[in-house]
Design a protein around this ligand. Structure first.
Ligand code: GTP
Ligand code: MG
Length: 179
């Protein structure tokens, strides 16, 4: 039954994966707290954060609660990843547009998710640090789009945790795919 005034909330477990330093934690902090901190710390193990997002397109009370696992990208933590992507409804695979090695790592994570995660997981590819794109871009948008298309991914986009550009859109696209 629907109680008036109480949000009709759908929950989704979302995991972020990607090389160390690509900005996964910065994206989550930007989304959850609306800020960017220069003094970021490398994630150890994983961090959990939750945040609800209203989806007015689906009614005044419609909302999605994201249960977010921000994983550690350092190689020594790679074996923990299945603990976090198992049972996840969505995965945000992040690379840094100034780092081809991080794009290679993103490709690795997409393949791993396709092999071992839930078959209907919604995978989003995100090129972060778009603010550095004019001077330091090393991964083209075309290459990212081609990879996303070849792998049937739900969405491909670029974002900047620093400026905030494109960050809410990542989560919004995941939310919209739930309806
Ligand atoms: P791990 O926790 O080790 O996996 O790294 P991470 O992916 O969580 O990276 P983190 O969010 O800690 O960011 C790494 C560095 O990149 C920090 O110095 C951030 O300030 C910087 N950074 C993150 N996002 C952006 C961005 O959008 N633009 C710029 N210019 N720098 C960013
Ligand atoms: Mg981190």
């Amino acid at each position: 039954s629907v109680v008036p005034g109480v949000p009709r909330e759908t929950r989704v477990k979302l995991v972020l994966l990607g090389d160390t330093g690509v900005g996964k934690s910065a994206i989550v902090v930007r989304f959850v707290q609306g800020e960017f901190s220069e003094e970021s710390k490398v994630t150890v193990g994983a961090a959990f954060l939750a945040k609800s997002l209203r989806i007015p397109e689906h009614g005044p009370d419609a909302a999605v609660k994201f249960e977010i696992w921000d994983t550690a990208g350092q190689e020594r933590y790679a074996s923990l990843a299945p603990l976090y992507y198992r049972g996840a409804g969505a995965a945000v695979v992040v690379y840094d547009i100034t780092s081809p090695a991080s794009f290679e790592k993103a490709r690795f994570w997409v393949k791993e998710l396709q092999k071992h995660a839930s078959p209907n997981i919604n995978i989003v590819l995100v090129g972060n640090k778009k603010d550095l794109g004019d001077t330091r871009r090393a991964v083209s948008r075309e290459d990212a789009r081609a990879f996303a298309n070849e792998n049937g991914m739900a969405m491909e986009c670029e974002a900047s945790a620093l400026s905030g550009e494109g960050v809410v859109e990542i989560f919004k696209s995941v939310a919209m795919s739930l309806w």
